[in-house]
Write a protein that binds this ligand. Structure first.
Ligand code: FES
Length: 92
């Protein structure tokens, strides 16, 4: 699958989220992570908007947290300054 956006946008993502871009983030509906990222970068900045564009989260909803995390990272104000919420901080 072609990545058709400025790859610097991926710098906003923690290393773990930059991996396996071609693999399904939403296994219920077979939606690759890169498709979700493309949707967010194209303006789908809520889970509902991502759902409408990609069908991710429309199965059992088990990927909703991952979609929320991608939105949080990609929509943060400054590149490379993604917020890390407490629930994702494994150092605690
Ligand atoms: S993995 Fe996306 S709804 Fe289940």
């Amino acid at each position: 699958m072609k990545i058709d956006f400025d790859s610097k946008l991926l710098d906003k993502l923690p290393d773990i989220l930059r991996q396996n871009l071609e693999k399904n983030l939403c296994v219920c509906n077979e939606v690759p992570k890169i498709e979700v990222i493309n949707a967010i970068i194209s303006g789908a900045t809520t889970v509902e908007a991502v759902k409408k564009q990609t069908y991710a989260t429309m199965g059992s909803g088990c990927c909703t947290q991952q979609v929320e995390r991608l939105i949080e990272c990609l929509c943060s104000a400054a590149p490379g300054k993604a917020r890390v919420s407490k629930r994702y901080n494994q150092d605690d």
